[in-house]
Structure formats: C-alpha cells, structure tokens
Design a binder for this molecule. Structure first.
Ligand code: GDP
Length: 233
C-alpha cells in the first residue's frame, strides 16, 4: 500500500499550478473510467451527430500529439484508439459512451502537413458546427505536446473555442519525454498565453501515456462532469 505523503506527491504532479485533490473525487474518477467505454457513433457531417443524451468531454489536438494514447490510458483500453484510427474515421468525430454517464468525444486531429485544402475546410466546418451547437459539451481538452507547447497550428482551434464560448483546458502529453527545464519553460509560456483566451481554464494537466503521469488527476477532473450515478440510465 502506498503511503499518504507519497500518494499526495504523485497526485499533485499532474496539475499545474499544483493543488490538493479530494481522495473521494479521485476514487470517483477512477471508478468512472473503469467502466465500459463503448463506441456509439461517428460523424463526418453535422447531420450525422448523435442525439445529445449525456454530458460530453471532447479531446482535440494536432495529429500525432498522443490523443489516442491518452484516451486509452484514461480508459485503460485499446479499443478507442483502434476505432478512431480506423481508415476513414480519422477525419470524423467519434463518440464513446463511458458507463452511460459521460460521452468521450474524439475530435479529428488537425495540422497534417500535406492535408488537401478541401479536407481542412471540411474539418473546420464540422468541428465549428459541433463546438457552436453542442449544448451537452462541457469541456474540451486541448492536447499539446509537452516539449513544444502551443504552436501556430493550435491557434485557430483556440480562437474557435473562445468564439464559441466552450470551456477548454490544456492537457500536455508525452511528459516522460520532456526535460524538467523545457517543461518549466513550456508551462510558463502556455500560462502567459492562456490569460488572453477567454474560454481557457487556467489549470494545465501534465500527462504521459507511458508512465501514466497525471492520468489519475485527469480522471478526477473530467469525472466531475459525469452524470451522477443515481441519474444515469
Ligand atoms: P494521435 O495521432 O494524437 O492519436 O497520437 P497517438 O496516440 O497515435 O501517438 C502518436 C505517437 O506518439 C505514437 O508513436 C505514440 O506511441 C507516441 N506517444 C503517445 N503518447 C505518448 C507518451 O505519453 N509518451 C511517449 N514517449 N510517447 C507517446
């Protein structure tokens, strides 16, 4: 069994600025993400979006940022990544039901160097429609590589989120690959930039799908958006 102090240190390491977490919420998040995550729908066009039935959390980031790996680490499964990376589905919005209490939404990765203009236009239209019209959407996790921080390719989405008034938070990926100095610099730069983004949550999550840093903390944060157990289907 882990000691209290050791546990507290581990819990704090995944959030910047560091804060204490209620162990009950940690346990609730762990239990939620231990539930079955089932693929429910894919949408390439606005009309194909599934009905809104549960609170939704969306994951966005440039391609290769580590989105599939992070969602897998959160849910402890490989199914989601496989589904979302299936040819033909990478340009779609994919929806997963987590234990009939929360919907995880995988937004298509952006920033392909060789993406045709028509594909970028279609991505932008679909994502903008989703962000602007989805009442069930509670939060967007904007994934950024912890070694690089915010890149020009991320800014159109950040502006879209600000314009749509959709609350979003930065989740750094691949922290196992970032040196402490670089990570400190990246955190400083992101914090300074987030101040001017009206819809951005100031807290930054630090994660790694390899050593599982920050997974517990993110489960706790996102778990708070789930439908309470007594209200779930
Ligand atoms: P996606 O395109 O955003 O879904 O990215 P993937 O999850 O497919 O990951 C892209 C690449 O980054 C793959 O080679 C992964 O193995 C690697 N990767 C993802 N997450 C991590 C991480 O936390 N640490 C390290 N070292 N590599 C990672």
């Amino acid at each position: 069994m882990e000691g209290g102090a050791e546990n507290a240190g581990r819990i704090l390491s995944g959030i910047f600025p560091p804060r204490a977490i209620d162990p009950d919420l940690v346990e609730a998040g762990r239990r939620l993400f231990a539930r079955e995550a089932q693929f429910i729908a894919s949408a390439a066009e606005p009309f194909a979006l599934p009905p809104e039935q549960l609170p939704e959390i969306a994951f966005a980031g440039r391609s290769n940022v580590g989105k599939s790996s992070l969602v897998n680490a959160l849910t402890g499964r490989r199914t989601l990544a496989r589904t979302s990376n299936t040819p033909g589905r990478t340009r779609q919005i994919n929806f997963f039901d987590l234990g009939a209490r929360l919907i995880l939404v995988d937004l298509p990765g952006y920033g392909y160097a060789d993406a045709p203009k028509a594909a970028i236009k279609s991505w932008t239209g679909l994502v903008r429609h989703y962000l602007q019209t989805r009442a069930a959407l509670r939060r967007v996790c904007l994934l950024l590589d912890s070694r690089h921080g915010i890149k020009e390719v991320d800014r159109p989405l950040m502006r879209m989120l600000d314009d749509s008034g959709v609350s979003y938070q930065v989740v750094l990926t691949k922290t196992d690959k970032a040196g402490a100095g670089d990570l400190g610099r990246v955190l400083e730069e992101i914090t300074a930039e987030l101040v001017v983004h009206v819809a951005a949550h100031p807290e930054i999550h630090l994660t790694s799908a390899v050593d599982c840093r920050g997974i517990t903390e993110l489960q706790e944060t996102l778990g708070e958006f789930a439908t309470p157990v007594e209200n779930s289907r």
